[in-house]
Design a protein around this ligand. Sequence first.
Ligand code: GLY
Length: 573
Amino acid sequence: MQRLGLFAAALPISLLLSCGTAGPQTPIASIHPAAPAGLVRADSGMVVSAHPLASAIGERVLREGGNAVDAAIAVHWALAVTTPWAGNIGGGGFMVVRLADGRTASLDFREAAPAAARHNMYVDQQGQVVPGLSEYGHLAPGVPGSVAGLFALHDSLGSLPMARLIQPAIDLAAAGCPLTGHEAHELNAARPLIGRHSTRPNAFTSRSSWAAGDTLRQPELAHTLERIRDGGAEEFSKGLTARLLVEEMRRGGGLITAADLATYHPRWRPPLQGTFQGMEVITMGPPSSGGILLLQMLRGMETADPSIWTGGRPALLHRMIEVERRAFADRAEYLGDPDFVRVPVQELIAHEYVDARMADIDPSRATPSTAIRAGSPVPEAAHTTHFSIVDPMGNAVSCTTTLNGAYGCGVVVGGAGFLLNNEMDDFSAAPGAPNAYGLIGGEANSIAPHKRMLSSMAPTIVTRNGRLFMVAGSPGGSTIPTTVFQVLLNVVHHGMDMQQAVSAFRFHHQWLPDTVRAEIGAIQPADSMALVEMGHVIRIRHAIGRADAILVHPDGTLEGGADPRGDDRAMGF
Ligand code: GLY
């Protein structure tokens, strides 16, 4: 890992060595029943991803001397095959990298709006958002960023040949992957979506029903990946794959053109850096909102009365909910693509600002979201996938990548075998109109040609005393920052190991709608009653997030946390 001109300066070593609060901690939630009983530990390298085959491919790259970035590239290609609901070459994502010597970088390979996109393209003559238009079919995808992103990453930090890193994915696509029960269920659920919007036969709807153990073969995708192996990033941006994508757009009335594909570029951006309990938190800045939300929420907990950590669960849950509510109110107002709008990043994460923002939290009453507006900083979505990697040299990668909704917009590129994203739904289609995650937005996140839509992804790396401490992230749309927030608190404040921390049930508040969404088991019945008496509205919902994380102990040993909400797997050596 020598070609490092794009990296930020070495991290300052924090002088604040303490972490956590003294005294017994209040356990926050019960643990998911599907959590593995044992803990995956390793001495040298580890990969945690959404699929056992992808984790195994990444682990093998590390064993063969590849670095964490090589493994990340191989895992990303593999997930595009094993995990078609989120793994992708037709989507985009964000990656945070920390090298063993402390230098950090982040890569934005987020999708961008096509040149023909317009501010009101999802709005009818009456000014109403047309339901589904930004979510399904050919008008929903942004220009994909994943292939360009993986090659940019490889050019800067890779050490093994790209052909070596992509070949396992090609082999898997050609030979086929045995489906787990989860995957068969997901594919069956997506059949109407893919069937309605794809214009050519495809692997996913080649059977009327899938069952656990069936083999999903993707020969067209295998050929596409072979062409990319041989032709590089240009095959996707200008080659046959680009032509097939543009033809698909023409057949379905989509907007992405050859020029859009040829002019797309991933962007290296300085990672967002903040502190929590003396630890350094390195995370993703705009066009993702994830890092800003995470840092605001962590600061909101750091300044809470210390008694909330020992004073019973309702007080702690209440504080967390109120902190989440206020952070999300800022998201709606200020956040968008920094290449198009001024995002007051440093102002939003400044401790003085966050402290003032959290100062009106009433410890005994819920603040209605209608009483909260975005603050005034002093000038100065469910189907995504995340993986975390640490290599034997101590380099770390945290990557979240997505098609947005499960199976994206449902369009499989005819002849190329991959799904396109529906990321245009992450723009604010009209002021105040909620997207698929119920998130609302304003002008900062309105649609414009080439603009990148606001994300919630929060790939994060945490260091303590200048040493790697945790690599974490999650899918889950708007619930991503709250998931990472709660996983971190579970380790730091509740003494959980990495597996328990990702397995523990979670809850989420995002300002609007004004409800706490909680997994069954996240809030005990008695606590729930106490919170309702304080004025909170609680709704049960299905899985929140799917976090995959690695904890690094002071002696360098690694502990994996693979989320039991899916088929996720930690593997190390
Ligand atoms: N598509 C979900 C997100 O970027 O937050």
